[in-house]
Design a protein around this ligand. Structure first.
Ligand code: ATP
Length: 216
């Protein structure tokens, strides 16, 4: 099963990378594909350009077994909807099974994603815990109903059963966000140990986030 890890990655940091490694290991996935959003559909627009966010992901994942970067969303016109990405992956890899990996904060807002009920019908979902975000903040809703019907704690059922399951995966808790990293960069503070050194060097070289500027 291939894990799909979508996000803005503005920039990628250890709060993305370590949980991805944890999910990869816990579920024995064949691969995790990081898919940077071209034009994020559900949030404010990124500061770094599409090419820069993609390059940072490449620097962060090179030489890490099982991790790859998929540029289909940045090469697609219009807002990056996950439902389109899933359909495109399934058409490119008809014999593969996929699971979508989402942090708790993203999952809490999942009902606002385009065709979210189609998404959960097409693939499995892995939800990773994130500091300061609590599953109990999801009030009684269609999403809560989905969780009740779809949750499994059985990895075999998740990996080999029919689609539509969700799995809450314990991952290393790192209170790191891209927002905080951008703030630190703006202030000229050190970024080490929040994201890979190669990405820190790239941010300095390209002078990204040193002044807020929306790149094309
Ligand atoms: P920003 O601060 O700009 O909103 P972010 O740090 O939340 O960015 P995103 O690129 O928006 O990062 O997140 C992509 C995915 O990674 C989402 O599913 C999100 O829940 C997850 N994620 C981000 N940071 C963490 C973290 N520290 N721990 C667990 N999951 C995380």
């Amino acid at each position: 099963m291939i894990g799909i890890y979508g996000g803005t990655f503005d920039p990628v940091h250890f709060g993305h990378l370590r949980p991805a490694v944890d999910v990869y290991t816990e579920l024995g996935l064949s691969e995790i594909r990081f898919i940077p959003a071209g034009i994020p559909a559900h949030r404010e627009q990124p500061v770094a350009s599409k090419a820069q966010r993609c390059q940072m992901l490449l620097l962060a994942t090179e030489n890490i077994a099982g991790m790859s970067v998929d540029d289909r969303e940045i090469n697609r016109d219009g807002p990056s909807y996950m439902i389109d990405t899933i359909r495109s992956l399934q058409s490119d890899f008809p014999d593969e099974k996929f699971c979508l990996i989402v942090g708790m904060d993203a999952f809490i807002g999942f009902e606002s994603w385009r065709e979210w009920q189609a998404i959960v019908g097409l693939i499995n979902i892995v939800i990773t815990y994130r500091p300061n975000f609590d599953i109990d903040s999801i009030t009684e809703s269609e999403l809560k109903k989905y969780i009740r019907g779809a949750e499994t704690k059985n990895k075999d059922e998740f990996l080999t059963g029919s689609f539509g399951h969700c799995y809450f995966c314990p991952v290393t808790q790192l209170d790191i966000s891209a927002t905080r990293i951008r703030e630190l960069a703006r202030q000229g503070s050190k970024l080490n140990f929040l994201l890979p050194d190669a990405v820190v060097d790239y941010l300095q070289q390209e002078r990204i986030y040193q002044q807020e500027k929306i790149y094309g």
